[in-house]
Every structure is written in C-alpha cells, then in structure tokens.
Design a protein around this ligand. Structure first.
Ligand code: UD1
Ligand code: CA
Length: 464
C-alpha cells in the first residue's frame, strides 16, 4: 500500500459523546480510538498518513507524538467533505489513490481494507471511487446507500436528509473510501452544503462521480460491528467489548486459558505465554507481558508489569509498573506499586505493600508488611507485620537488607538503615542504626511478670 496516501478524519467534536475529551481520544481496550486506524495503516504500510484534526487538536497531537502521521488542521468543522479538502492541500502533486478513513470507525480490519484496495484495482474501467458499505438492522444515524434498478450505487443520503422510504434502506455507508486522487481533487470543491446540516458531505462524491460517468464500487462488509462508527458512549462500550473479545480470542488461540472471557479485561498490546490461566475479574493493561505457565487468579489488576514464567498472582492483587521474576508467588491481596521488582521464587503474601523496592531471589515477605524504597537481598525473610519507615515527614530514605538476613515479626526499620548479611532482627525491634553482618539486634523492654495480678484487680474493684 506504499503508493496509497491515507487521510484519517478526526476533527469532529463528537457532540454525541457529551464529553470534554475529543471523541477520537476516548479509549478502547486501553488505547485512544484513533490509535486503531493508525495502527492498521502502519501494518498495511500506507504511504503518507494525514490526520485531520480540529476539535481538541493539541491533545490529539500530543497523544500521538512520535507517530509517523502528519497532522492537518481543519480550523472549523464544516463537514467531512471540507475535512478532506483541508488534507488534500497537503497532498498536492500526489497522483496515486487516496484512502479515507474515519477516526471513529476503530474496529475496521486489515482484510477489509485490503479487500477495498483489490476491488478498486480490478476491472476494465477502474472505479474513480470505491467505498465500504454494510447491512445493518438499525441503520439510524448512518448515510444510506441508494442504488438504481441495476443495483449500481447512485448516491448516499445522510440520515437527516433521508425521506421515509430512504430511511428504510438497510445498506449504510461506513465512512471508508478509496478514491483516485485526480477525481478527488477535481470534485472535492464541487461539494455543496445545501443539506439538513449545512455541512460539506464527503459522501456527495458518489453522486458527482455517477453524473460524470465515473464508476463507483462498493465492498459490502459482512460484519457490521467491524465497520460501526462510534458516536456515543453506548457504541463506545460495544466497541470496547468487541475489541476485548478480539484480544482474548487471539490470546486463547495462542494457548492462554481465559476462564471467563466476558469478565476478563485485557488491553491491546498485552502479551501472555502459553498455558497461562487467567481467572475472571482480572484487568491487565498497558505494556504488560505475562510469561508462560502463569496463574492469574480472580480480580487482579496488572498495569504495565512484566511477569516471568510460572509465576502465580493470587486473588485481588494489584501490580503496577513492576518486574516480577519466574516462579514467584504474589498475593492474595498484595500490592506492588511502581518501580518494584522481584527476583525468581520470591514470595509476597497477603496484605504486603511494596513500593520502589527490589526483592531478591527467593526472599519472602509473607504477611502484612510495608516495604518502601528498599533493596532486599536474596534469601531474606521478612516476618509478619514488619515495615520500613522510609519517610520522616519531609524526605524519603532507603533501607538495605542484605542476603540471608532475618527480620523478625513486627519490626520497624527506620531508614536510612542497613541490615547486614545474615543478620537477625529480633521480633518487635525498632532498628535505627546499621546492623553489622551476622549480628543480632533486639530493642525490647525486659518482660515483667506479675503473678496473681488479675485476681487482685478483681478484688480491688477494678483498681488493679
Ligand atoms: C458519517 C457519514 C455517513 C456514514 C458514517 C459512518 C458524512 C457526512 N456522513 O456520518 O454517511 O454512514 O459517517 O460512520 O460523512 N469529521 C471531521 N471534520 C468535520 C466533520 C467530521 O474531521 O468537519 C470527522 C469526525 O471527527 C469523524 C468523521 O469525520 O471522525 C465522521 O464524522 P461524523 O460527524 O461522526 O459523521 P457521521 O454523522 O457519523
Ligand atoms: Ca461517525
């Protein structure tokens, strides 16, 4: 498709979304809607890609910074015909075909676009314009495809301009076109705005082609969902569900078990290896990659995390921006905040929170701990209820726990502090000074036993 230039229309306000965010920035499976047509054009290796922006232009530009696409400003949104006219100014001298996509038709598939390209290239008389249509049960809102008695397309009538008879037509325009650039540049200026919305309608090109004796071809897409336009939040949710099942189906075909696809939420771009099992209620987002043979139990949130092979994430754990090794066990109810990592075979148990910390190979923090700004070596045991005190109200400090150290239950490590290799921290200790390797540290008030105290308290009427 290198000889084809593409124009993606994304300047509209998206009034029906009732949102401050431009429509094409609304997310579907973790990416802004506009990402999908742009991704497809990348995969199809289209030539130049021009995105027409207007409403919320700066935000859209920012969201797609670094992409190969060029942005063209349509200052006033005077209609889809006008939007294409703005883009064509940037394509002066270009002689190939121009593919026009809508930024709000995100589910379109590669096969459909290649189908359109081959349809356009076929036949004795090459069409001047080819477009994608589909048949829908409820065509409300779409432009209707009007055909003559021979079945040739003669024009497209927008919903708001359609007569009752035309409104009954179930074949609709999908907003995806392939046009000869000479035809396009000659006719785009001829589009008027004498219609119900007072806009320059791009679909008017059909009638212009027909009156000039040019051929118009249509590819009828079999799957109406794929070519659906997203205009309101109901359609957004439908698109989300559809994209999600596409993602899950591709994971399942590659060997991942998704126990309940209707209740599993995996974003575009997430990868998972064979024989990994994902339980319902789990959401995996961002650039997450899950290894093979992992078990991700119910209701976990995994955001931009890398998880090694054979790791188990037990129920209701939250992992953000962290790197977890192989054969690790996390949760249930564990939280790994951004910047954390865990070596192979480590164990992070229930109600343990880890922030910006590295947990070494085979180390364990199994119950009720807070480990923040800490480097934990290999084979360390952190007992129940032990915490690092990394914040003095002004600054944050680091804790270092060296290999093989043992931190007894209910200890506080007041940072900055270091516990040396193989050292022991007695249960209930508040560590404020570095502990040398192999040492024992205990800060415990001597235990006092008062015999018969309870009996005496009772007798004295509760005075003790
Ligand atoms: C459009 C088509 C309709 C088709 C439907 C398919 C027109 C007039 N109608 O209707 O035949 O059935 O898509 O989904 O084209 N845009 C701009 N600049 C503008 C106006 C719109 O860039 O001035 C962009 C929008 O951001 C959007 C796309 O063009 O991405 C389509 O615009 P929208 O207003 O959603 O058109 P529809 O009413 O859905
Ligand atoms: Ca639309």
């Amino acid at each position: 498709m290198r000889n084809i230039a593409a124009i993606v229309l994304a300047a509209g306000k998206g009034t029906r979304m009732k949102s401050r965010t431009p429509k094409v920035l609304h997310g579907i499976a973790g990416r802004p809607m506009l990402f999908y047509p742009l991704q497809l054009l990348k995969e199809l290796q289209a030539g130049r890609v021009l995105v027409v922006v207007g409403h919320g232009a700066d935000g859209i530009r920012k969201a797609f910074e670094g992409e190969r696409a060029e942005f063209v400003l349509q200052k006033e949104q005077l209609g889809t015909g006008h939007a294409v006219m703005c883009a064509l100014k940037e394509l002066k001298g270009f002689e190939g075909d121009v593919l026009i996509l809508s930024g709000d038709v995100p589910l379109i598939k590669k096969e459909t676009l290649s189908g359109l390209v081959s349809l356009h290239g076929k036949g004795r008389r090459k069409p001047v314009l080819s477009l994608v249509t589909t048949l829908v049960d409820n065509p409300a809102g779409y432009g209707r495809i009007v055909r003559d008695e021979h079945g040739h397309i003669t024009r497209i009538v927008e919903d708001k301009d359609a007569s009752p008879l035309q409104k009954a037509i179930k074949e609709v325009n999908c907003g995806i076109y392939l046009a000869e650039s000479a035809f396009l540049s000659k006719n785009i200026k001829k589009i008027g705005k004498n219609n119900a919305q007072g806009e320059y309608y791009l679909p008017d090109l059909v009638q212009l082609a027909v009156t000039q004796g040019g051929r118009v071809e249509a590819l009828i897409a079999g799957d109406a969902v794929e070519v659906m336009g997203i205009n309101n939040r109901i359609e957004l949710a439908r698109a989300e569900a559809h994209m999600r099942s596409r993602i899950l189906e591709s994971l399942m075909l590659s060997g991942v078990t998704v126990v309940d696809p209707a209740a599993t939420y995996v974003d575009y771009g997430v990868s998972a290896g064979a024989d990994t099992v994902i339980y319902p209620g789990t959401r995996i987002t961002g650039k997450s990659s899950i290894g093979s043979g992992c078990l991700i139990e119910d209701n976990c949130v995994i955001e931009s995390a890398e998880i090694g092979d054979g790791t188990v994430i037990k129920s209701s754990s939250v992992i953000e921006d962290s790197k977890i090794g192989q054969g690790v066990s996390i949760g249930p109810f564990a939280r790994l905040r951004p910047g954390s990592s865990s070596g192979d075979q480590a164990r992070v148990g229930n109600f343990v929170e880890i922030k910006k910390s590295a947990i070494g190979k085979g180390s364990k923090a199994n119950h009720l701990s807070y480990i923040g700004d800490t480097t934990v070596g290999e084979g360390v045991n952190i007992g129940a209820g032990s915490i690092t005190c990394n914040y003095d109200g002004v600054n944050k400090y680091r804790t270092v726990i060296e290999d093989g150290a043992f931190i007894g239950s209910d200890s506080q490590l007041v940072a900055p502090v270091k516990v040396g290799k193989g050292a022991y921290v007695g249960s209930g200790t508040t560590v404020t000074k570095d502990v040398p390797p192999g040492a024992l540290v205990v800060t415990r008030a001597p235990e006092k036993v008062v015999e018969g105290w309870a009996e005496r308290k009772k007798k004295s009427g509760g005075k003790g």
